[in-house]
Ligand binder design. Structure first.
Ligand SMILES: [Zn+2]
Length: 121
């Protein structure tokens, strides 16, 4: 897989985890819950942020900027193509693109919504 694509997927998963941690519902649930160690959560968030920064530092600036822009618009910057369909905008990819034997070897975007895509089956 393209190394930048790989980093984007990792970044996306970190951001999703951070969103969960920082969501109001989650913060409410830990203030009500008795068994959750708030410190552990703070630590975990710090760790995720550190990891995130490492990835951001390794990404080409233009790619990261576009990722952030996409996240502002769609709440995500990368989306899988599933059965030839963009999972962000549900556009069907041209069959010539779908049937290529080599995928995920370069950074691609959805021709319709512009999100970075990676191919599952
Ligand atoms: Zn799309």
């Amino acid at each position: 897989m393209d190394p930048i694509l790989e980093m984007l997927i990792a970044l996306e998963s970190l951001d999703a985890q951070l969103d969960d941690f920082e969501s109001e519902d989650y913060l409410k649930s830990i203030s009500i819950g008795q068994n959750t160690d708030e410190n552990a959560v703070t630590k975990q968030i710090g760790k995720l942020r550190e990891l995130r920064q490492e990835i951001v530092n390794s990404l080409p600036v233009a790619v990261y900027k576009r990722y952030e822009k996409l996240r502002g618009k769609y709440k995500r910057g990368v989306a899988p193509v599933i059965n030839g369909i963009c999972s962000n905008c549900f556009m069907e990819f041209p069959s010539a693109l779908v049937s290529r034997p080599v995928k995920n070897k370069s950074l691609e975007t959805c021709p319709n919504c512009g999100i970075y895509v990676y191919w599952t089956k």
